[in-house]
Design a protein around this ligand. Structure first.
Ligand code: FEO
Length: 404
């Protein structure tokens, strides 16, 4: 068995890497796998913080035994009841039946729902602390980040925040558990943004509220349930969360479309190139017929300009574009600069639907839509260039505001 990894003087890392699952929540692609993190604080009382997905119970149990080194497990704190973190709980309790589960009012109900009656349960609130020897653990409720029962646990001795799903990312933890052990910072931040926008994205106001509560705490380490432990890059990850939770944006264009036979690709490229020539960077282009919506949503959370294109399909929007629109509406990503384009052979019928979508989102429309029939015949190239340039002008002029 490999040596147990220490997070600080008194905390051990007990996470596992999942390199088998292809879709997180059976929905979102994870080509770089997923880490389920758990932690053990050792003091006069030993405290386990969350567990892991049930698939990995054996490996997790071996690590827990090694870290405890024959000592008793006194408490298991449940920061989040979602099964990627509580899945191993029943099996762990069968090995450590004397452990007391530390829950809040909401997680207690969920605990009973998933596992029936559990023997040793201690219900805590934000006002209470848990003395474990040389420190008293504190609790910060974080409802809807990402489920209603979520809480953070704070260790004042090590100045460590255990932040449940918050600040987590897709991807396994490779080589080292700390942020400074990774050289792929940009990839890491992109996967954090994708995870946030896919999983927690519709709860921005709740995230803002809990960040306000946590901002007064001295924090040396942030231990999320997914991804690396934040230490050197705490300012960057807090800045990123500030922006994401407020639906803020930075200059850049995301052009998302889909095409059945490739004709709309020519118009998409015309628009994207015109925006690029006019000075916009980055310009990110997604064809949802071949790329997953997860990545497009992530970039729409990040950048200030969005252009959407769709073929007409069954007299309506192309299904993959409908899926995008519904996911964006659910997540209330606004404000953004907006434009759209479409095609429809004999009966193009998407412009009205895309206009309605922009109005519901309160996005600022920068130019008239471009609609083509079978090909780029006529003045479609010039119209596409006009849309790209109008978008560039808006993006370069400042940040979008909620449209009236
Ligand atoms: Fe990682 Fe909301 O579970």
């Amino acid at each position: 068995m490999e040596p147990i990894i220490k997070v600080n003087n008194s905390t051990y890392y007990l996470g596992v890497n999942d390199r088998q699952t292809r879709f997180f929540e059976n929905l979102w692609p994870i080509p770089h796998g997923m880490a389920y993190n758990s932690y053990l604080i050792k003091d006069e009382k030993n405290v386990l913080l969350d567990t892991v997905d049930i698939t990995y119970t054996d490996r997790f149990l071996r690590q827990l035994r090694a870290a405890l080194a024959g000592e008793k497990l006194d408490y298991i704190v449940i920061n989040h009841m979602e099964p990627d973190h509580s899945g191993s709980l029943a099996l762990i309790l069968s090995h450590y039946p004397e452990a007391t589960l530390v829950v809040n009012r909401q997680s207690k109900k969920m605990l009973e729902g998933y596992f029936g009656e559990v023997e040793h349960v201690l219900e805590v609130s934000e006002k209470e602390t848990l003395p474990i020897g040389s420190r008293e653990l504190r609790f910060i409720t974080a409802p809807m980040v990402h489920w209603p029962e979520v809480m953070f646990t704070y260790d004042p001795l090590e100045e460590t925040l255990f932040s449940a799903d918050a600040f987590g990312s897709y991807g396994t933890v490779d080589g080292g558990i700390f942020d400074y052990q990774r050289s792929d910072t940009e990839h890491q931040m992109n996967e954090c943004t994708r995870y946030y926008s896919n999983i927690v994205g519709m709860y921005g106001p709740f995230v803002q509220k809990v960040m306000k509560k946590a901002e007064t705490l001295p924090i040396k380490q942030i231990c999320s349930l997914h991804g690396s432990i934040w230490q050197e890059r705490i300012p960057e990850i807090l800045r990123l969360y500030d922006q994401l939770a407020a639906y803020g944006s930075e200059p850049g264009l995301v052009l998302v479309y889909a095409t059945m036979y490739g004709h709309l690709s020519e118009l998409a490229d015309t628009i994207a190139h015109a925006a690029g020539r006019a000075g916009v960077t980055p310009v990110k282009v997604y064809n949802l017929a071949s790329q997953d919506v997860s990545y497009a949503i992530s970039d729409i959370f990040r950048y200030s300009g969005v252009i959407i294109g769709s073929p007409t399909y069954n007299n309506s929007l192309y299904p993959k574009i409908e899926e995008l629109l519904s996911k964006l509406e659910m997540r209330k990503v606004s404000p953004r600069f907006y434009g759209h384009f479409g095609t429809g052979s004999w009966n193009p019928n998407v412009a009205g639907k895309l206009t309605d979508f922009g109005e519901r989102m309160k996005w600022t429309t920068v130019a008239d839509p471009v609609t083509m029939l079978m090909s780029m015949a006529g003045d479609k190239e010039a119209e596409g260039v006009r849309l790209g340039e109008a978008m560039a002008k808006a993006i370069l002029s400042g940040t979008p505001e909620i449209a009236k």
